[in-house]
Design a protein around this ligand. Sequence first.
Ligand SMILES: C[S@@+](CC[C@H](N)C(=O)[O-])C[C@H]1O[C@@H](n2cnc3c(N)ncnc32)[C@H](O)[C@@H]1O
Length: 200
Amino acid sequence: MSNASYWNTKWKSRSNEPANNFAERVYKQVANKSYKTILDVGCGNGRDSVYFANKGLKVTAVDFAGSGVKQLQSENKDIECVLSDISRMQFKSNSFDVIYAHLSLHYFDDKTTTKVFEDLYKMLKKGGSIFIKCKSVDDALFGKGKKVGENMYKDDHVRHFFSKEYMAEKLHNFTIIKIRKTSSVYHYYKSAFIEAVATK
Ligand SMILES: C[S@@+](CC[C@H](N)C(=O)[O-])C[C@H]1O[C@@H](n2cnc3c(N)ncnc32)[C@H](O)[C@@H]1O
């Protein structure tokens, strides 16, 4: 199954959930700034997009899974929903004050990951902030399934597990504020992550 059809099926059956804790923590860091626009990269069915929109931010939400994006758009006319592959987004340079990616950038091979991070750098405004959370090499799913690349495994879908060093390498254009390991229960499983905050 391709990653797109995996997620398309997933969002068809998953009901609306409250915002992720990561979104709440990100909002605390941007609330006192003059930021107005945010790009939710790999929004899924948009629980965090809705959260940010309710906080007064102008949200653009991108995902390649039509089922999630359509549901989000039909229920939230004020959110600009874009059906697109993250590796082929077509936004202009300097478009967003904030870029937010919750568990959506750990699916690409190294070459594509490099391109995606370069694209995100261009799309972010000078003075803007980027917040990223990815699965880490310490996650319980690391090593499960068929190895399809360096730190990449295909189980029910392909995942590219990040280390702190790999995150730093990909963020080299940005000014890195913080990169740290975290762990929590995500969808019933204890999971390990790399979280990053950076600015342009
Ligand atoms: C773990 S979910 C996270 C969804 C959302 N950020 C959330 O936290 O609820 C990963 C999302 O990334 C999206 N995604 C994965 N690869 C993608 C790609 N190449 N282009 C666009 N979206 C992608 C999936 O469709 C899915 O909605």
